[in-house]
Design a protein around this ligand. Structure first.
Ligand SMILES: Cc1cc2nc3c(=O)[nH]c(=O)nc-3n(C[C@H](O)[C@H](O)[C@H](O)COP(=O)(O)O)c2cc1C
Length: 212
């Protein structure tokens, strides 16, 4: 088995290191976050750090890299308070990945790719058309992470749209039915198949005779 100590990691070539450390946490969510700036220009970019924070209230968080260079997504969220989260699926992998290219604020990635904007329910930010899961979000708060100057952006779900085929009777969303992607590292994409679901787990009786 390959082994890397913290000392080894600190000496690695930059590209090797970012590939290694970005992959070792496991498969990550694959989303396009779309916003609109003050002048009406749309923006969309790929993010792999979206995570569930809680169901009541319905909070989702994602991590933003340090804002020392212009980050259109961050600026637009803070200014407008609104953004959409759109799941990346099999049909849009290449265009979704291209949204990571550093375009200036005047250029919309919707114009530089085949990704199409969709507007609904008077929400100011665009959705990514045909994404099987689209979420309208409002910004709640941000946390600065001192150790690496990243920011945890916290938002609350305003509207959740799910293609019918994915939604099961008990509320479970079967992502594999929408060919929804997951991200491996910085540039690897997979489209997983759901293998199984399990019942709610209770302690086995022979281990649960007493707590003492
Ligand atoms: C696979 C992948 C995942 C990414 N995930 C994140 C992320 O979680 N947070 C982040 O700040 N940037 C992430 N990025 C980088 C942004 O997509 C990139 O900085 C983009 O240019 C941001 O666009 P913006 O300036 O329009 O906000 C990721 C890039 C790739 C290729």
């Amino acid at each position: 088995m390959a082994q890397f100590s913290d000392k080894d990691i600190s000496k690695l070539d930059h590209i090797y290191r970012i590939n290694l450390i970005n992959s070792c946490s496991g498969y990550k969510s694959a989303n396009l976050i779309a916003t609109k700036d003050k002048t009406g220009t749309s923006n969309v970019a790929v993010f792999s750090s979206l995570t569930h924070l809680g169901s009541n209230p319905s909070l989702l968080g994602f991590f933003l890299r340090p804002t020392k260079v212009i980050r259109n997504t961050y600026d637009n969220i803070v200014t407008s308070g609104k953004y959409t989260i759109n799941h990346i699926h099999d049909a849009i992998l290449e265009d979704a990945h291209h949204t990571s290219a550093k375009y200036g604020p005047a250029i919309s990635e919707f114009d530089t790719t085949q990704l199409a904007e969709e507007y609904k329910d008077n929400f100011v930010a665009p959705f990514v058309k045909n994404s099987p899961i689209q979420i309208a979000m409002h910004f709640v708060e941000e946390y600065f992470i001192k150790s690496n100057k990243t920011i945890l952006m916290v938002g609350e779900i305003e509207n959740l749209y799910i293609h019918d085929a994915l939604l099961q009777d008990d509320g479970f969303v079967d992502l594999s039915k929408g060919k929804i992607a997951t991200i491996n590292g910085l540039d690897g994409y997979a489209v997983p198949e759901l293998k199984t679901r399990f019942d709610y787990q209770r302690p086995k009786s022979e281990f649960n005779k007493s707590d003492g």
